[in-house]
Design a protein around this ligand. Structure first.
Ligand SMILES: *[C@@H]1O[C@H](CO)[C@@H](O)[C@H](O)[C@H]1NC(C)=O
Ligand SMILES: *[C@@H]1O[C@H](CO)[C@@H](O)[C@H](O)[C@H]1NC(C)=O
Length: 419
């Protein structure tokens, strides 16, 4: 990023050259195992040329190409700054194959990046976290970059609250964040959805900067699902409830009913931004009214989600919003189901919950002054992310990776097993 800035300063006389520069390159999954989506930005419109991705299995021969499309969109800040998002899908990819690629147009190409097309017959390794900025999150970003270089994961999922905030300073905070994470997001699919910090721009930035699986309702990145190996992943938008957007809450609920009914995977992992269960300074834990609304519901206007997720035997639920880490027992309707070993639960009768909002945001929390709830197993104040491994149809594991030291330490090994 520093190199790029230097280039831009040097090129100040030819500012348009600079701002046509390809930046913020990142990968995402479309939901089809033989595809990989790449998304990038330019700060100026392309002249009459087509954006594309060139890719191949050797670095010096990127013989395959896929045409992209462009969306120009205005930031809601005072300047109404325009940005240009380019998207392209690489198709007919071979599982497990290493690919090199670069994106751009006849005007300007990016550097060459690489990725391995997911081999879904192998165990899945994913980094999952919420609430990450480049300010207090730099350590986590550095460790995610190092772990990516070390080939530690296949997938990264950010469960809301990006950059603090993507739209700040007419969107340049978002540009800085997306450039800062390029060293991991251009190499491993980076999946995102909204938290409360994406609300102020009316979801404008999360919708326009990313390319999540198209769910056929709004196709706006806010709720989606995809299969990967043994897992069905679902991301939901808890902000529809917090913002009392009744129509959207209902549409999402209907979609979710259908999505869960069609789900054939052995494991189901659901993610949304706002927590239902965690410890806080309050006696009853983090039980904010707007979050009770999404959990319990209120008439037909705000259909409650907990019962539906429980009916469909969801295995694991992850959220952020509170800036710490906490793993809970399986819970339904505030009741924990405790068993003999909190580090290895077999055939859980309800979803296990993990709060993982401590990647590094503006205000970090420490659970040392929290009133630890009866349903809580482990609460940690270190910065870090959750590392998920899905081995097969019967075993998955999670752990907490501490990023507050220079090398990641694993602090909360946990195995979930089912017949
Ligand atoms: C633009 O490209 C993306 C990525 O290939 C694709 O998902 C999307 O449907 C395309 N949009 C249009 C309007 O063609
Ligand atoms: C599934 O993975 C677990 C953890 O690695 C392992 O102990 C178990 O034997 C595996 N089961 C099968 C059927 O491969």
């Amino acid at each position: 990023m520093i190199l790029r800035l230097t280039f831009c300063l040097l090129a100040i006389a030819a500012a348009t050259v600079c701002s046509k520069k390809v930046e913020q390159v990142h990968l995402s999954l479309s939901g089809r195992p033989d595809e990989m989506v790449v998304t990038w930005l330019t700060l100026d419109p392309l002249p009459n040329v087509t954006p594309y991705v060139a890719f191949g299995v050797t670095k010096n021969s990127l013989r395959l190409t896929a045409k992209g499309n462009t969306t120009g969109w205005a930031d809601q800040g005072k300047k109404g700054k325009m940005r240009y998002t380019h998207r392209a899908t690489m198709q007919n990819m071979v599982a497990g194959q290493l690919y090199y690629y670069q994106v751009g147009s006849s005007q300007e190409m990016s550097e060459i990046f690489h990725f391995r097309q997911p081999d879904q017959s192998q165990p899945l390794r994913a980094a999952i976290f919420g609430d990450l900025s480049i300010y207090k999150g730099q350590q986590s970003i550095d460790q995610l970059i190092a772990a990516r270089k070390d080939n530690q994961f296949d997938l990264i999922i950010h469960i809301g609250d990006l950059a603090y905030d993507l739209h700040d300073q007419d969107g340049s905070t978002g540009d800085d964040y997306m450039n800062a994470i390029e060293p991991f997001a251009a190499y491993v699919p980076y999946m995102v959805f909204a938290g409360n910090h994406e609300v102020d721009s009316n979801f404008n930035h999360i919708t326009n900067r990313f390319t999540m699986p198209r769910n056929g309702v709004y196709d706006n990145n806010l709720f989606w699902s995809f299969d990967y190996g043994f897992v069905h992943f679902i991301a939901l938008n808890s902000e529809y409830y917090a913002e009392e957007m009744s129509k959207e809450s209902q549409k999402q609920f209907k979609w979710l009913e259908q999505d869960l009914a069609n789900n054939k995977k052995k494991w189901t992992i659901v993610m949304f931004h706002r927590p239902w269960y965690c410890s806080s300074k309050k006696k009853k834990g983090c039980h904010d009214d707007e979050d009770i609304l999404s959990r319990e519901g209120l008439t037909d206007k705000f259909p409650g989600l907990e019962e539906l997720l429980n009916q469909h035997k969801v295995d694991l639920i992850l959220y952020g919003h509170k800036h710490t880490y906490e793993r809970m027992w399986p819970i339904f309707n505030k009741e924990p189901f405790k068993s003999s070993d909190p580090t290895h639960i077999k055939n859980a009768p309800a979803p296990v919950y993990i709060l993982t909002g401590g990647a590094g945001c503006h205000s970090h929390e420490d659970p040392s002054d929290h009133i630890i709830q009866d349903f809580s197993v482990k609460a940690l104040g270190e910065y870090g992310y959750t590392f998920l491994t899905v081995y097969n149809a019967t075993h998955l594991s999670t752990d907490f990776v501490d990023t507050s030291e220079t090398t990641g330490k694993f602090l909360d090994p946990f195995v979930l097993e089912k017949n």
